[in-house]
Design a protein around this ligand. Structure first.
Ligand code: SF4
Length: 373
């Protein structure tokens, strides 16, 4: 039977309640594990009632996952962690730093930068099958538990002080809705206490889940991987788009925005000759201008033989941005590319092993991917 993580908030809360133990003690257990990520011991948590120790010993473990390897980009902007789950599968989590005034990694935990963002995975693989995405080519393997999602943050905290979390790694977060909601509840509660405004959930547009997201986790940011200005182009590159027609998706986003003050992030991957022409920019502008959004244009990262798509030229990306800004007055950014030398940038599947370093005694492993789409 799978061992449960203390960060599986539903399970630990239920067990404490059943045993008549005050659930307020759970936060001090999390605090202890976060402060001792390399050698957490549940017996070392201070000041718990004795029956809590017994319960923890018999039913929980501090961390169900382990850090298998780490790769760091030459410019120190990106650190990619390969996390081994208890079922033997692996996921990646990627730390992106926007302040690179940091010393070189020397085998010790790195002092955190001021603006570290963690890109977490929510599933092993993904069933949405987006054609430009390496994860999509793997198919769906399994959902992560809420504990396994939070544990990515615990492991990453050894390397940086995490200020922001984006659910843009492997998997479609809203296809693992309940674990993602619970993980965010842990991340925003004591002792982690991230502001919900610093958490972004990215989705291809699972309409029924978008409809309840704002009620379940108020004030988190929503990012929508739109990637196309029309249903026709969208279903060519994102087969799952058939189940969530673009018009209905826009209706859901309008309804979402009525309940939220925040801008919605629209993610748009720039694929040469597919969705990056001037007419596409105009289609997109007309479609989106009714919403309060920030559009993020993402230069496509070629993923070797796994994709027939090519990156848009820099000129095309810039003129696309100019149309959205100039004609439609839409805030439009171009995503900064980070960590390409370790394939820690968007949509990349790392297929070579030579660029990784080990952490401690962990062996070097074949990478999976980080998409951060
Ligand atoms: S882009 Fe996201 S939703 Fe699409 S296949 Fe990749 S991980 Fe899944």
């Amino acid at each position: 039977m799978a061992v449960r993580s203390v960060f599986d908030v539903g399970e630990i809360t239920r067990e404490f309640e059943n045993a008549g133990i005050d659930t307020h003690f759970i936060a001090s257990i999390w605090k202890h594990v976060i402060q001792n990520p390399t050698s957490p011991s549940l017996d070392g948590v201070p000041s718990l009632p004795s029956k809590a120790y017994e319960l923890l010993r018999s039913k929980f473990t501090p961390l169900t996952s382990s850090l298998a390897s780490v790769a760091e980009s030459m410019d120190l902007s990106t650190t990619k962690l390969l996390i081994r789950l208890q079922n033997g599968a692996s996921v990646e989590t990627v730390i992106m730093r926007y302040d690179t005034r940091l010393g070189k990694y020397d085998g010790q935990p790195r002092p955190g930068g001021q603006r570290s963002t963690l890109c977490v995975s929510s599933q092993v693989g993904c069933k949405m099958g987006c054609k430009f995405c390496a994860t999509g080519s793997m198919g769906f393997k399994s959902n992560l538990s809420s504990g396994e999602i939070v544990e990515q943050l615990v492991h990453a905290s050894r390397f940086s002080r995490i200020r922001n979390v984006v659910f843009m790694g492997m998997g479609e977060p809203l296809n693992n809705y309940s674990s993602v909601v619970k993980a965010i509840q842990v991340m925003t509660g004591y002792p982690i206490q991230l502001s919900p405004k610093r958490i972004t959930v990215s989705t291809v547009g699972i309409i029924h889940a978008i409809n309840k997201l704002q009620d379940d986790i108020p004030n988190v940011n929503l990012a929508v991987s739109l990637h196309a200005p029309s249903q026709e182009i969208r279903t060519q590159i994102m087969p799952a788009g058939r189940a969530f027609p673009i018009e209905k998706l826009m209706d859901a986003l309008l309804a979402y925005q009525k309940k939220s003050e925040q801008s919605i992030f629209i993610e748009y991957i720039m694929l040469d000759g597919v969705n990056d022409q001037e007419q596409h920019a105009h289609q997109l502008g007309k479609l989106i201008q009714v919403l309060k959004v920030v559009i993020n244009l993402i230069p496509f990262n070629p993923i070797g033989g796994l994709s027939s798509y090519k990156s848009s030229t820099e000129e095309n990306v810039k003129s696309f941005q100019k149309i959205l800004r100039g004609t439609y007055n839409i805030r439009t950014t171009i995503r900064q590319q980070m960590g390409q030398d370790i394939s820690g940038a968007c949509g990349q599947l790392v297929v070579n092993l030579s660029e990784q370093r080990s952490v401690g005694s962990a062996s070097l492993l074949s990478d999976i991917e980080d998409i951060c789409i």
